[in-house]
Design a protein around this ligand. Structure first.
Ligand code: 475
Length: 782
């Protein structure tokens, strides 16, 4: 940020003294924010001018979530002045990491999908590519989680009210969006003003500063419909950007959500077209729009609407442009997460959009009419079916490229979930295996490991992460082992300092840190993990020869407030934790810690400290997973199912350097088809599982039976749809293997190093380069 430390200090102090507030770390945070804003302003403008002058094709990444995490530290790091600022502040008596803690985390996402979008922006700017985000500026991000008596409680999070935010209100770009009213004319419509807030996205070591444009909903100046009072209108308008839907993979299906989706798409598309400096027919050569899952799939009919009604193109021209501009990423095959909107809802709220969707559907069906297709196939190929609009079908039909997020997931899409669509459009489908920002997950979260790597192989990996492979040379190097182990130890101690206040007994840094952090969900199988822990408890107490190497199991994650099963899983984890941790014998071997309010900042503390990465989804259900990649990059070994990107992790590092287990995707899908899996059979034949089930159904794992009814219903009445009991034996066995491996310290460290070495492939820089080349056709500039 400044030529020298002295210059920084001087500037900082000058600003600091102008402040009326007391000179606290909080004020220091605000001052740093101001300095940063000023510092990047020029480069930000320069980037925009450069794009305009060079007529670069621009990418817009449409996403209902951008889980950006804290920005101060990451921006300083990307500007290559983190160390300088840290040292300068040190000399002034301030601790930068303490100041960073004052930044409220903008929780503008639920989990993987939102975090992926944020990581992609980091890679785009760092690769100096013209790629921007379009999203919503939710006033309240994802709720703050506290644990009370073992249960999750939810408090609203207000991240905006705090100072130091870098975004800029762009009143000049505000526009009105119509809802309801008459198709085509928008007569009697209810208008909502969309105001963009632009957030700079600072690329690493370059001068590229892209834009994350977040839209805020406000009352418009236009007359309101006579059927509404001002008060109701204002409330309903504010609601559009009031809060993020706290559900992940469960579709709440609320009209408000539909409003949010259209609000985002319409404001973004109209602005892109209004600001353009080219002929409308050039759109596909000048703009690419990526829709992140189906939430922004309204982009398809909205772009059609603008081209038809505002630009005056005919249908065929408009369709050709739309389907060469938009591409779509699918993130899940879970039936309940596949968005389907009741036709009447869209028709009432967005009458013109509904007409266009109907016409897209009609023309597509007309095209199919000439083919010999089964009724089943025709169903699968309908956009509108049984008075519902299937957003995924709309997104596929309206895009030129469609991708899954890991090899296995893409294959499942092509061969099963979207088989019929794939047959119609074989060339549209492609895979883009997800990636993570190595700048955040290695350089920022684990500077100690990053330095060690650079000392050993040089800094080439920073811009070419696949060069982490060069670490393989050190996999057997004793002195490297010692340094590597020292870093892991240091990160474990740092984590302990962060979490010890929540733990009822001291955490042993010599124990194996086994970490399971992600949204709480049936398919992610936190339940399997905690049942296994309870089985360890039983075994330790019943078998005096069973004294396993000490392990600390960490859990973290939020449950959607309406997802009762997931909430009971949290209660189970905390009940078993209490039981295990307060047993003097068991606690020498097993310790359980539930980390409250899991978010990006917590992940940055947890992941570098991990020895074991729990990635245990039911095979076929986790589209990719990205936490798995972060752990690997920090030298944790994956204990996981052959699912999502785990498959590619095993491929990259070799199965011998990981712990795969469990049913394969085909086996799961076969059981789902033939219905032959019977959990009761397992309970009957396996005494240990029988015991833990008896404890569960007796209410011992949840302080009473009423706190486990949803779990029991799922395992017994619903016949264990996520194969928890089916995979439990295999899970126990792989844990035993892992324990054996851990006791061979040298071998373990070697495996951990190999994981870091093989993790470069999972940098989102690789993913973004692939999208840029194969989908967006962006020119790379230097
Ligand atoms: C997958 N979120 C991961 C990750 O590709 C994958 C759904 C509905 C409403 C709001 N949010 C969602 C998701 O579907 C989601 O996070 N999906 C995840 O996307 C990135 O790595 O396997 O589950």
């Amino acid at each position: 940020m400044f030529g020298s430390k002295e210059e920084f200090k001087e500037h900082f102090m000058r600003r600091f003294e102008q402040q009326t507030e007391e000179q606290s770390p909080q004020t220091a945070y605000a001052v740093l924010g101001d300095m940063l804003r000023e510092h990047i302003q020029e480069d930000w403008e320069r980037t925009n001018t450069r794009y305009a002058e060079h007529k670069d094709k621009q990418l817009y990444y449409f996403s209902i979530e951008f889980l950006i995490g804290r920005l101060l530290g990451q921006n300083l790091l990307n500007l290559a002045c983190y160390d300088l600022v840290k040292e300068g502040l040190d000399e002034l008596g301030y601790d930068l990491s303490e100041i960073e803690e004052f930044e409220p985390e903008p929780g503008l996402g639920n989990g993987g999908l939102g975090r992926l979008a944020a990581g992609f922006l980091d890679s785009l700017a760092s690769l100096q590519m013209p790629g921007h985000g379009c999203g919503i500026r939710y006033k309240g991000g994802l709720f703050t989680q506290h644990i009370k008596d073992g249960f999750q409680t939810e408090q609203p999070t207000d991240w905006i009210r705090e100072t130091g935010s870098l975004d800029v209100r762009r009143e000049d770009l505000a526009l009105d969006i119509p809802f309801f009213g008459q198709a085509g004319t928008a007569e009697n419509a209810e208008w909502v003003k969309a105001v963009p807030y632009d957030m700079p996205v600072v690329g690493a070591n370059g001068r590229t500063i892209n834009t994350l444009r977040l839209w805020q909903a406000e009352p418009s100046d236009r007359p309101i419909p006579s059927t509404k009072t001002m008060q109701i209108y204002e409330r309903e308008t504010a609601a559009i950007s009031d809060r993020l839907y706290p559900d992940d993979s469960l579709d709440e299906g609320k009209i408000l959500r539909l409003k949010q989706q259209y609000f985002l798409c319409s404001a973004s598309i109209r602005t892109i077209l209004k600001e353009r400096q080219f002929e409308i027919r050039e759109l596909p050569d000048r703009v690419a729009i990526q829709v992140n899952d189906t939430h922004p799939a309204m982009a398809v009919p909205e772009l059609m609407r603008v081209l038809l009604d505002e630009e005056g193109l005919d249908w065929d021209e408009a369709w050709a442009i739309t389907t060469r501009t938009i591409s779509y990423t699918n993130h899940t095959i879970l039936e309940e997460a596949m968005e389907k909107w009741d036709s009447y809802l869209i028709e009432t709220l967005l009458p013109r959009i509904y007409q266009i969707i109907e016409e897209i559907d009609r023309r597509f069906k007309a095209k199919l009419a000439t083919q010999q297709l089964s009724t089943h196939d025709r169903h699968k190929l309908s956009i509108i079916e049984n008075d519902r609009v299937k957003m995924a079908v709309l997104a596929v039909v309206g895009s030129y490229k469609v991708n899954g997020v890991a090899k296995l997931h893409t294959e499942i899409l092509k061969q099963r979930e979207m088989k019929e669509l794939h047959e119609q459009f074989p060339d549209k489908f492609h895979n883009k295996t997800n990636g993570i920002s190595h700048r955040r997950w290695l350089m920022k979260a684990n500077p100690e490991l990053a330095s060690l790597i650079t000392e050993s192989i040089g800094s080439g990996w920073v811009t070419e992460p696949e060069r982490l492979r060069e670490l393989d040379r050190f996999a057997k190097d004793q002195s490297f082992h010692a340094s590597f182990e020292a870093v892991k130890r240091q990160k474990k101690e740092q984590l302990i300092r962060h979490v010890e206040h929540i733990s009822d007994s001291p955490i042993d840094p010599d124990s194996i840190f086994d970490i399971h952090i992600k949204r709480i969900h049936g398919y992610k199988r936190q339940l399997m993990n905690i049942l296994h822990i309870q089985m360890l408890y039983d075994r330790i107490r019943q078998d005096s020869s069973f004294r396993p190497y000490p392990r600390t199991f960490f859990f973290g994650g939020k449950a959607a407030p309406t997802y009762d099963f997931a909430k009971q899983v949290i209660k189970t984890i905390n009940t078993v934790a209490h039981k295990v941790n307060s047993d003097p014998l068991v606690r020498q071997h097993v310790h359980v810690v539930f980390v409250e309010n899991y978010n990006v900042s917590k992940a940055e503390q947890l992941i570098p400290a991990a020895n074991v990465s729990e990635q245990i989804s039911t095979a076929s259900k986790e589209a990719s997973g990205t936490g798995n990649m972060k752990f690997m990059m920090n030298g944790a070994l994956t204990l996981g199912t052959v699912d999502g990107a785990n498959v590619e992790i095993f491929e990259q590092v070799g199965e011998e350097n990981a712990f795969p287990f469990g049913l394969l995707a085909e086996q799961v899908m076969q059981f789902e088809k033939d219905g032959t899996y019977d959990p009761q059979e397992i309970i009957r034949h396996d005494p240990e599982i029988r015991q833990v089930m008896a404890e569960l159904t007796g209410g011992q794992l949840t302080d009473g039976i009423e706190n486990s009814n949803y779990i029991i219903r799922q395992l017994i009445d619903r016949r264990d749809p996520f194969f928890v009991l089916k995979d439990l034996r295999s899970y126990m066995a792989v844990h035993d293997q892992m324990l054996m491996a851990y006791t061979e310290q040298t071998r373990w460290t070697e495996m951990a190093i190999k994981n870091v070495a093989a993790s470069g492939y999972f940098s989102s820089d690789r993913t973004i380069r692939q999208y840029a080349e194969e989908v967006w056709h962006l020119d790379r500039r230097s």
